[in-house]
Design a protein around this ligand. Sequence first.
Ligand SMILES: Cc1ncc(COP(=O)(O)O)c(C=O)c1O
Length: 394
Amino acid sequence: MVKRNWGFATLAVHGSGGVCPHTGAVSMPIYQSSTFAFHSAEHGEKLFAGEETGYIYSRLSNPTIDALQREMASLEKGEAALAFSSGMAASTAAALAFCQSGDSVLCTKVVYGGTYALFAHIIPRLGIETIFVDGTNLEEIERAIKPNTKLLFIETPANPTLDIVDIEGCVAIARGHNIALAVDNTFATPYYQQPLTFGADLVIHSATKYIGGHGDTVAGLIVSNKEIIQRIHDEVLVDMGAVISPFNAWLLLRGLKTLPVRMDRHSANGMRVAQFLSFHPKVERVYYPGLSIHPQHELAKKQMTNFGGMVSFDLKADQTQIRRFLDSLELCTLAVSLGDCDTLICHPASTTHSTYSPEELKDARINEKLVRLSVGVEDPKDIIDDLHQALRKT
Ligand SMILES: Cc1ncc(COP(=O)(O)O)c(C=O)c1O
């Protein structure tokens, strides 16, 4: 039994519905089976006809994956959820579920590089037009809507500049024009931001990041209402086939139990690192929504309950010096991805966001000197000492 009024930390542990109903196992078993036996030929027929419910084949549904989906629905305050093989698979499924040839989609300019490539290069090949808009400018978003616009896709906080997009403002626009609003909530996690409670239609996660939290799996999630989830399941996921494996679903279930504990630590460390960087003479600008100098700090406070562990900064340095800084780090690991217990650092313009042309980077205000830090859960002093010694050598 799950009580909707339980606190977040309780739901993080119990939100999938408690012990395994079949065995009493406290840790949900990994149902590592591709297929499930029918009791009889008639039973099989009825399952396929939808006259009975039950497990058929793990591309359609699986008990371990179901437990993860129940858990995520409860944490995001949605009715239902769907798990995918990656965050990109989740975003692709959302786009395919809402748009078809002849439609138009709006996407904010600052998004993860893979998401940018999806909307800039793949979606247009299907005859769907993408218009990129400044996520910090609601008027620009509204002006870009056309009669054939079906979906507004936003990411907030945005990767890598930590732009904050006004979720309630976007909800008002989307409702006014009868279009769907999808929010990539990867950076904030449901612990700090629950877009569905503001009226968004669907929430998307790269569960690879904070949801898993340990850098050991690639996965994605969509949370929404029952009707939308059923539609994405039936019309896209099942035949697109980008399902999560039962083992990866189990890793996410395990990761979720400590999500609030980890996020508290990521945020506390993130704030300390952001403060350290903002006083460093070799740092030109720090991007962290928890700092009062962040241009959307007030909006961040309004729609988030804390600011997380993602901190970006522009170095006062040329390309060679940026490389020297990154190569001098001893604790912070030079790698893409984020949300792991380990502190990870990367240079988006040449890695995660290399899908943008130099002009597109400029247009999105993603500086070539920007370094993105996913602050881990280590002792903050050690992270800061490492940054300090590498900055000294820059
Ligand atoms: C904000 C955001 N959304 C989506 C994705 C894509 O997720 P995945 O790598 O799990 O496909 C990423 C990946 O870095 C991301 O940072």
